[in-house]
Design a protein around this ligand. Structure first.
Ligand code: NDP
Ligand code: 8X3
Length: 265
């Protein structure tokens, strides 16, 4: 826990699911001295998350809710310069914002769905990384800081009805691995956390708000909770500086691949 003391952490997609849980878990682990910059499109929801964290841990954790659409390159480009000065010395970036739209198969995939998945999951994550890296690179030893990218089992095992989403997560994986190699002479750590099935708003978003369809995804199975993934994210961030947990894959017990789930009938 001491290792996270005084850190400034940016989480994208902190209004829901895994990102939201990461905010709580960082705060719970380091309640005395931490700065959390919580970003997403829904600023009111971020303010609620911030209030709940303050209720739980008090004011040792400073929280800045900040509206940011990672799919908008201009917003990402001005993100750091729009932060209050004392919030700009970022130590950890959790690139979590992401989404899936639909289960359509080619040639029926809507152009706008293709576009939003790539803009958010791939270009957004790359733009965030490029926005923050200059801060890391100014530090001693060639630079220091952590980037934790949320990938997915879907980036390792593509499945029918998920071609675009799977392609975006495979792109995250390639970008992450290249980046780690580019930065090998620095103290900057590039880490990827790949969840299997986690019950969040993910499926509600996939089915365009249809809650019944989303619930059916989790019927008869026992998915991970977003807190399960947050524990791993905070664990990798909390290792001593010479330890890089480069890559992890986390399944619920009934899962053994993308869509390979034991379902109680
Ligand atoms: P949720 O839908 O619960 O959360 C997604 C978060 O991303 C929300 O906070 C949302 O906030 C944010 N977001 C979406 N688009 C943007 C955008 N353009 N700019 C900024 N923030 C955005 O889903 P999860 O918590 O499950 O998803 C988090 C990550 O985990 C994603 O990258 C997802 O691909 C990955 N993942 C999820 C798995 C699962 O089974 N649930 C499994 C493997 C990986 P807002 O709408 O307010 O902008
Ligand atoms: C989410 C996991 O397999 O439901 O990234 O697409 S999957």
């Amino acid at each position: 826990a001491k290792r996270l003391e005084g850190k400034t952490i940016v989480i994208t997609g902190a209004s829901s699911g895994i990102g939201r849980s990461c905010a709580f878990e960082f705060a719970r682990t380091q309640p005395d001295n931490l700065r959390l910059i919580l970003t997403a499109r829904r600023i009111d929801t971020l303010r609620d998350v911030a209030a709940k964290i303050r209720e739980l841990v008090g004011t040792g954790v400073q929280i800045l809710p900040f509206q940011l659409d990672v799919s908008n390159p201009d917003e990402v480009g001005s993100f750091v310069s729009n932060l209050p000065e004392e919030w700009r010395d970022i130590d950890i970036l959790v690139n979590n914002a992401g989404l899936v739209k639909g289960v359509a198969k080619a040639p029926e995939i809507a152009e706008e769905d293709i576009d939003i998945m790539f803009k958010t999951n791939v270009t957004g994550l790359i733009n965030m990384t490029q926005a923050i890296l200059p801060i890391f690179k100014k530090r001693a030893d060639g630079g220091a800081g952590d980037i934790i990218n949320i990938g997915s089992i879907a980036g390792r095992e593509p499945y029918a009805g998920g071609s675009i989403y799977c392609a975006t997560k495979a792109a995250v994986r390639s970008f992450t691995d290249s980046l780690r190699k580019e930065l090998v002479s620095t103290r900057i750590r590039i880490m990827e956390v790949d969840p299997g099935q986690v019950e969040t708003e993910f499926s509600v978003v996939r089915f365009y708000g249809d809650k019944a369809k989303a619930d059916a995804v989790y019927a008869g199975v026992d998915p991970l909770t977003p807190d399960d993934i947050a524990e791993v994210v905070v664990f990798v961030a909390g290792r001593r500086e010479n330890v890089v947990v480069a890559d992890t894959l986390i399944y619920p017990n009934h899962q053994a691949g993308a869509g390979v789930l034991h379902r109680k009938s």
